[in-house]
Design a binder for this molecule. Structure first.
Ligand SMILES: [Zn+2]
Length: 200
């Protein structure tokens, strides 16, 4: 039986990794094997998915060129693993092709795939992997977080040297910081009322 692809998205600070670690633990506690993928470029966490409350799970870093379907199939056929679930952390950094490979894991290997990540980048635009998940995931769930004003946070802002920026590369490995806001507070970081947020 084909299984489902889940996309659990949230802004920075919405405890997505904690949710992943907890869900993965539920499988292992029952003696069920899992595979956890994470993007190789996420150097913060090396080979573990860390949640901010200090719990972690071992993960397999993968580059954007690797075929996730082939990797899972290999673990089953060559290493004789009985994989019962596949987890993906920071799934927004996966390519659209890799998301389709994950869908193949659910459809042809009959293993549920649970993906966690950001929906949009610091420019409020969809990540490639997240866009594909919104298109093809069976179940889509928002992990909610609050803006400092009390409304729901839906935008992630990037700060470089303490100043908010809304242009530049989508992926930066470095000293930038992120904070999450509602749309209104996000806009106030950059523009005055009534202005277009971006010049498309
Ligand atoms: Zn707000």
């Amino acid at each position: 039986m084909p299984k489902k692809v889940y996309f659990k998205y949230g802004v920075m600070g919405s405890a997505k990794s904690l949710d992943l670690v907890r869900a993965e633990y539920n499988y292992r506690e029952r003696g069920m094997d899992t595979i956890v993928f994470m993007p190789e470029m996420d150097t913060r966490t090396s080979k573990k998915v860390w949640s901010r409350v200090g719990v972690s799970v071992n993960a397999l870093p993968v580059s954007s060129r690797e075929n996730l379907f082939v990797l899972v199939k290999k673990e089953i056929e060559e290493n004789k693993r009985h994989v019962k679930a596949v987890f993906v952390d920071e799934v927004n950094f996966m390519t659209a092709v890799q998301i389709d490979q994950l869908a193949d894991v659910a459809d042809y290997l009959n293993i549920p795939v649970l993906c966690y990540g950001l929906r949009t980048d610091f420019r409020t635009q969809l990540f490639e992997g997240s866009r594909r998940l919104l298109e093809i995931a069976d179940e889509i769930e928002e992990i909610k977080a609050m803006c400092e004003c009390g409304r729901k946070a839906i935008c992630t802002a990037r700060f470089v040297d303490g100043k908010p920026v809304n242009s530049g590369e989508q992926i930066v490995i470095g000293v930038e910081q992120y904070n999450s806001y509602c749309r209104s507070c996000y806009k106030k970081l950059f523009k005055s009322q009534g202005d277009l947020l971006f010049d498309f």
